[in-house]
Design a protein around this ligand. Structure first.
Ligand SMILES: Nc1nc2c(ncn2[C@@H]2O[C@H](COP(=O)(O)OP(=O)(O)OP(=O)(O)O)[C@@H](O)[C@H]2O)c(=O)[nH]1
Ligand SMILES: [Mg+2]
Length: 173
């Protein structure tokens, strides 16, 4: 029994291998979504990395901390030409201006040219969360003509919307 399952693991040839980069402000929910583990988390110092087998493909996910000391390092994770998933706490208006500045700083990098972008509007379970339309307008997404983009609302708390992110990545990479 053990032998047959290891043989099938050896035989697994993914249709695609895709790198996905989780970025965004500290506390926006990246690590919660990566590990589907709602509760008390600690801020990520550095990064986490996981490989997920999904719909016959392998998604290699980097979850990079969003703290003030770490975000200048985000650009170093663009080498593999990842899909960028930029997390926003959609219930917290006070973080938006800084999130916008950091997002556009990233997108203006030469290495980010053309990479697909998801705005992951997290915390949708919170009453005062903002709509996807507000996110689209606030982050001026309609001005991004040289890349595919989408706003996906989700809740790391109850896992709603997480697979929509992975599906979009597979369709657009
Ligand atoms: N209500 C609610 N809370 C969430 C949700 N997602 C994450 N949280 C909580 O938000 C807090 C921060 O989540 P993290 O996953 O650590 O955030 P992060 O983006 O990884 O933060 P850094 O590692 O500092 O960049 C935790 O207490 C989570 O339980 C959500 O969808 N809804
Ligand atoms: Mg984290």
């Amino acid at each position: 029994m053990g032998q047959s399952s290891s043989i099938s693991a050896w035989n697994f040839v993914p249709k695609k291998r895709i790198t996905v980069l989780f970025l965004g402000m500290g506390g926006s929910g990246k690590t919660t979504v990566l590990y589907s583990d709602f509760g008390i988390t600690i801020p990520t110092i550095g990064f986490n990395i996981e490989e997920i087998n999904y719909r016959g493909c392998v998604l290699k996910i980097f979850d990079v901390g969003g703290g003030d000391r770490i975000y200048p390092l985000w650009v170093h994770y663009l080498e593999d030409k990842p899909a960028i998933v930029f997390f926003i706490d959609s219930s917290e208006e006070t973080q938006l201006a800084q999130a916008k500045e950091r997002l556009h700083m990233l997108l203006n990098q030469e290495k980010a040219k053309g990479l697909p972008l998801i705005i992951a509007a997290n915390m949708k379970d919170v009453d005062q969360s903002m709509s996807n339309e507000i996110m689209e307008e606030y982050f001026n997404l309609h001005t991004l003509t040289n890349r595919k983009w989408k706003v996906i609302g989700l809740s790391g708390k109850n896992c709603d919307g997480v697979y929509e992110i992975y599906d979009w990545v597979l369709e657009n990479m």
